[in-house]
Design a protein around this ligand. Structure first.
Ligand code: FMN
Length: 335
């Protein structure tokens, strides 16, 4: 399958995270059957690397109980603080080249990733990455960008256009641009990224989160980035709107945990789906399950949900008001 000029082995991709921060991690994703693997992000900033020293991860149950360290269960949310790969660019290029060679034998491309700091530096790193990887993902939606100066989150059209144009000019392989979910108009950002030369857009980055511990502080002791199954409909909102309004390949991310979730991303218009938190919880077995679960899905399934989706103005009223069972229960309770 082709996504923005990248030939992938399938639509279930492993997104960028600490799981893809080493050659062993990348190899494990390839061997578990990933359609593509996005390596951990790098950028030019020493502060972004130092930030990894204070990385922390809190898995949170459906009723918002924080799990003990090291424990995580399907359905949990993840509040986390992290940084970028602590590796020199030359060493990183060597690791990526080895990952690319391993993936190539199985038809699984390994993609390089940059989380934006300074656009000119991202262009320099992108040019170097493009010598060893078949595609580069530029993350301009990092939720940590609201907390840490070392990475940036772009939420305005002009900033997106300028940054993507700068990196595009330097990168001679397919360029994927991962956008924030937390912006007033994500479709406008995707349009700007496309017009500046993105071959595909990633929709959408995680949201910033905050969870008081009710003991005078907060879980992680700071704000963080939040991923949870509950994010799925919010991600699919922007995937489906971008699919409807733009002609650009979409890589979905943020909220896929199960085969059904991946199918919903595809039905909303994503050609591929980057999964991360589900793999932190369930390991390679979950990746294999997702890959097998969508193996039979054809190209025509992409965006299929839009055929039966209407604007509010075109929705016919139901025979009886849909709120009635709820208001009736409300009125009858406590009397
Ligand atoms: C611990 C952790 C680290 C991450 N690091 C990166 C990163 O370095 N670069 C990036 O573009 N995205 C990063 N992400 C975001 C993921 O690639 C993915 O887009 C996001 O987690 C949403 O997908 P999910 O719901 O399957 O987790 C990270 C996510 C997690 C949970």
């Amino acid at each position: 399958m082709d996504v923005g000029g990248l030939v992938a082995a399938g639509p279930v991709w492993v997104g960028s995270s600490e799981l893809t921060m080493s050659l062993d991690g990348i190899v494990a994703c390839v061997d578990a059957g990933a359609g593509a693997v996005v390596a951990k992000s790098v950028n030019e900033s020493a502060a972004a690397r130092r930030q990894l020293d204070i990385a922390d991860y809190a898995f949170v149950s459906g009723d918002r109980q924080v799990r003990p360290p090291g424990r995580a269960y399907p359905g949990d949310g993840l509040l986390n603080r992290s940084g970028l790969a602590q590796v020199d660019l030359d060493d990183w290029l060597g690791i990526l080249a080895a990952g690319v060679a391993h993936g190539a034998a199985q038809g699984c491309p390994v993609v390089g990733s940059i989380t934006l700091g300074d656009p000119a530096a991202a262009a320099r790193i992108g040019r170097a990455l493009a010598d060893v990887v078949p595609a580069v993902e530029l993350n301009i939606g990092a939720p940590h960008g609201r907390e840490a100066r070392a990475v940036r989150q772009l939420t305005e059209v002009d900033g997106v256009r300028d940054a993507v144009r700068t990196v595009r000019a330097a990168v001679g392989v397919p360029l994927f641009v991962k956008l924030p979910g937390q912006a007033s108009d994500v479709v406008a950002l995707a349009r700007a990224a496309r017009s500046a030369g993105a071959d595909a857009v990633g929709l959408v980055g995680r949201y910033p989160g905050f969870l008081p511990d009710l003991d005078g502080g907060a879980v992680l002791g700071s704000w963080g980035a939040w991923s949870s199954p509950g994010c799925l409909p919010m991600s699919l909102y922007w995937v489906s709107k971008a699919f409807q309004q733009l002609d650009v390949p979409i890589v979905g991310t943020n909220g896929a945990r199960t085969v059904t979730d991946v199918l919903r991303f595809l039905a909303s218009g994503a050609r591929a789906v980057e999964v991360v938190t589900a793999l932190w919880i369930g390991g390679p077995a979950v990746l294999r399950e997702l890959v097998d679960g969508v193996a039979e899905v054809g190209d025509d399934f992409v965006g299929s949900a839009l055929a039966g989706t209407r604007e509010y103005a075109d929705v016919p009223p139901p025979p009886s008001p849909a709120w009635e069972p709820y208001t009736a229960r409300w009125m009858s309770s406590g009397r």
